[in-house]
Design a protein around this ligand. Structure first.
Ligand code: FE2
Ligand code: FE2
Length: 480
């Protein structure tokens, strides 16, 4: 996928950085300063580069920049500039800037004038309207400014986003059906894994494109067919963790398939045991403890190439084993767990703890689940991997319902800047009457640096979605 990256995506970070530097130096120094001249020059040369094929739009949408209709990928070394520019745009209520191809002929003086007007717009009552008028007044016709979320460019970004959501939705529900199908047919030995593998490829692609969306979808819970949604969620979370620690695409695909199939053995456990409220009796436990082994037997019966089969057996076998090899199933021929097994274990426990299950009155909020798991680090989980998992999920993982310091309720949607692990992009949930909570304003908590500290919002605590009648998944599925 990376070799298919378009010019704007490849140059996106450099472009944003050069714009940031130009604005920054122009703010501090006079026009004839050498640094100003240099920063204008480097902005101009990147602008020339990315307008080779046509006009280019820089659009801020839902706290993320899109360049030429594509989301700017996350880069750790670019995070500071991105968050400064998000704030720069937001404070001026500017949603997008479009550089026309004619900008290639603009003089350095004109470019600098643009930078000064862009900065100065902050003083005006309607910054984007003022800026747009002013640019035309002084004859800078090669650049257009549009207000927040209100023009074609934002729609372009929105339609790209919408397609992504649709692909994510379809992949999710196909994955649930596939796991069901495999579970139904596996014992008859008539099922292949081609479909599961294709889904795993889609999952890996989608996570590469929008990890937050996939973690959000992993909040989907289904009471009746819990094992199936659970399996898909585990696959998503495990694959995200695998990507976070830098596994290759091929390994991620195996990991994703492992997640989908890890509880296949539960078809050998009776529904009464699976759904039982309260403690299990010894014989019921015995049934339960057999599921990893039954699962391995099912996987062995799948119609799959030998090489693939051997890569997807170990993880499911190990997903209830602790690092010291206690847990189940008892094994004497292994003395340590595989990497995929350790990853699956973390994703599996996190998913199970946060699931709202009919037979369990209390489920953990995501932040509580992470805290509980951390208390058990080393005993139940590989400590280093768990640390990476928590690091990836943030203090309040995507999909958490939280209370803000002004009392509003919000849903954690994304961590646009991964170095700000307590300052996500949140969406306020507003009462629409009749107890329905609808989509409200987006607030990027890390983007408030310019506000007085008394006005800055932060997260006070995590809330239980059941208690409030909220189903976080619906907001990621883009349902009303
Ligand atoms: Fe399991
Ligand atoms: Fe599981």
């Amino acid at each position: 996928m990376s070799d298919q990256q378009t010019l704007p995506v490849r140059f996106g970070h450099d472009f944003l950085r050069s714009l940031y530097h130009m604005i920054h130096t122009a703010r501090i120094y006079r026009d004839n300063n050498q640094l100003v001249g240099k920063s204008v020059h480097s902005f101009q040369s990147i602008l020339n580069e990315i307008t080779v094929a046509g006009d280019i739009g820089l659009v801020l949408w839902r706290g993320r920049f899109h360049i030429g209709g594509e989301r700017l990928p996350y880069r750790r070394d670019g995070a500071g500039v991105v968050s400064a520019m998000v704030e720069f745009f937001s404070r001026r209520r500017i949603g997008g800037i479009r550089f026309l191809q004619a900008s290639r002929n603009a003089s350095s003086e004109d470019i600098l004038l643009f930078a000064r007007l862009f900065t100065g717009a902050l003083q005006e009552r309607d910054p984007s309207g003022w800026l747009d008028r002013k640019l035309r007044e002084v004859g800078l016709v090669w650049v257009q400014v549009s207000p927040k979320l209100d023009d074609d460019q934002a729609e372009e970004a929105a339609s790209h986003e919408e397609k992504l959501y649709e692909k994510a939705r379809n992949t999710y529900f196909h994955a649930v059906e596939t796991v069901m199908d495999v579970a139904r047919k596996a014992s008859k030995g008539m099922v292949g894994v081609r479909k599961a593998r294709r889904l795993a490829q889609n999952i890996v692609d989608l996570i590469r494109e929008d990890k937050a969306l996939m973690i959000g979808l992993a909040t989907i819970k289904d009471y009746d067919d819990y094992t199936y949604t659970h399996s898909v969620n585990v696959s998503l979370l495990a694959t995200c963790l695998g990507r976070h620690i830098g596994l290759s695409d091929v390994s991620l695909e195996y990991l994703s398939v492992c997640g989908l199939l890890h509880d296949l053995g539960k078809i050998g456990v009776s529904k009464e045991v699976l759904l039982k409220q309260g403690a299990l009796s010894e014989s019921e436990w015995e049934q339960m403890r057999a599921h990893p082994l039954i699962g391995v037997r099912q996987i062995l019966m799948l119609n799959a190439p030998e090489a693939l089969r051997s890569r997807i057996i170990l993880g499911p076998f190990e997903h209830h084993l602790n690092p010291d090899m206690t847990g189940y199933p008892r094994t004497v021929f292994m003395d340590r767990l595989s990497l995929l097994g350790k990853i699956l274990r973390i994703a599996d426990v996190y998913e199970a703890l946060t699931a709202q299950r009919a037979y369990r009155p209390h489920s953990y909020t995501p932040d509580e689940a992470l805290r509980k798991m951390w208390q058990e680090a080393g005993i139940h989980f590989d400590r280093i991997l768990l640390k990476r998992f928590i690091d990836m999920m943030g203090i309040f993982p995507v999909g958490s319902v939280v209370e803000l310091s002004d009392g509003r309720i919000a849903l954690v949607m994304d961590y646009p800047d991964e170095s700000e692990r307590s300052m996500p992009l949140v969406m306020c949930l507003v009462d629409q009457g009749g107890g329905e909570l609808g989509r409200g304003e987006d607030i990027y908590l890390a983007g408030q640096a310019m506000k007085a500290s008394t006005e800055r919002l932060n997260i006070v605590r995590g809330l239980s979605p059941e208690g409030l009648g909220i189903n976080p998944a619906q907001y990621f599925l883009h349902e009303k």
